[in-house]
Design a protein around this ligand. Structure first.
Ligand code: SAM
Length: 279
């Protein structure tokens, strides 16, 4: 089925403005050509696999992972490559993107859920998860802080989040690369393949406007994630695409790094400076 309508406006073939409120509908329109387009982007799948591996999850029976904004399943496949045998809940707001994902062959532990990230409770998606991958999703959220807070809530203590995302704001060179690749390749190629450049113009704009690396790392810290690290990719995506890693803090009593003798010491009213330094 070819969908040519979104944001309440019948498609006319002319360009429309995509924003976070209409982005899932816009993906509906482009779902059929999505895999071909990303397949032509060198490193696309390899970089997703790298982000999933960087989560550092050791496979074990019963492991539960969440793929937020799974689209046609490229990030779901990356999770399964990094953690074979895991149970994966893959969520997306676009029915057409999910339709493309469901057509592929998946092991029995994979389930697809049609829901906005903002409506996970209503969709019955419940934690705790042993890891969350959000690939090219967070930039599209209207309220990124609320999105990160929800991800933290869904994780088991100590479990990792990987946000795989474009971020170019902190570097002139990254912004130049991004604008060049969009202007010369992504927008013209998208328009040629789909007859419409709307979502690709949105992609360009949303990346330019998205947090820089340090701002997004700070945002993760404010949301309550710890052990925050950022790594980039190779190819033209160097310092353009990043894995932002963080984990849900472990309650102090369960923290294996904490010496129990220290954990049991109470802070005296005079403050920490009064503690015996030999403890
Ligand atoms: C660029 S695609 C990425 C798909 C996949 N993760 C990948 O790496 O190929 C972004 C996906 O996020 C979905 N999306 C956007 N906003 C969303 C939201 N608020 N809740 C759930 N999914 C959303 C879109 O429908 C789209 O399929």
């Amino acid at each position: 089925m070819r969908v040519r309508q979104y944001a309440g406006v019948a498609g006319t073939g002319k360009s429309r403005t995509v924003d976070p409120s209409s982005v899932a509908k816009a993906f509906d329109v482009h779902a059929r050509t999505y895999d071909k387009l990303v397949g032509a982007n060198p490193g696309y799948h390899e970089h997703l696999r790298l982000s999933a591996k960087r989560m550092g999850i050791a496979p074990r029976p019963g492991l539960r992972l969440l793929d937020l904004g799974c689209g046609t399943g490229a990030s779901t496949a990356a999770l399964l490559d990094a953690v074979p045998g895991a149970q994966v809940t893959a969520v997306d707001a676009s029915a057409e993107m999910l339709g493309q994902a469901r057509r592929k062959n998946w092991p029995p532990g994979v389930r697809f859920v049609h829901s906005r990230m903002e409506d996970l409770d209503r969709a019955g998606v419940q934690g705790p998860f042993d890891g969350i991958l959000a690939a090219y999703l967070v930039r599209n959220l209207r309220d990124r802080d609320a999105g990160l807070a929800k991800m933290l809530e869904l994780l088991a203590p100590g479990a990792p989040l990987a946000v795989h995302e474009y971020s170019v704001r902190d570097s002139v060179r990254s912004r130049l690369t991004w604008n060049l690749v969009c202007g010369m390749v992504i927008i013209p190629m998208g328009k040629l393949r789909t007859g419409s450049g709307d979502i690709y113009r949105y992609l360009r704009r949303s990346v330019v406007e998205f947090d820089g690396v340090s701002a997004f790392s700070d945002r993760m810290g404010r949301a309550g994630f710890e052990d925050i690290r950022v790594q980039t990719m190779d190819g033209w995506q160097t310092h353009v695409v990043h894995t932002f890693l963080g984990r849900r803090p472990t309650p102090a009593a369960d923290d294996p790094l904490l010496d129990p003798a220290v954990a049991e010491v109470e802070t005296p009213p005079e403050g920490l400076a009064q503690l015996d330094r030999t403890v």
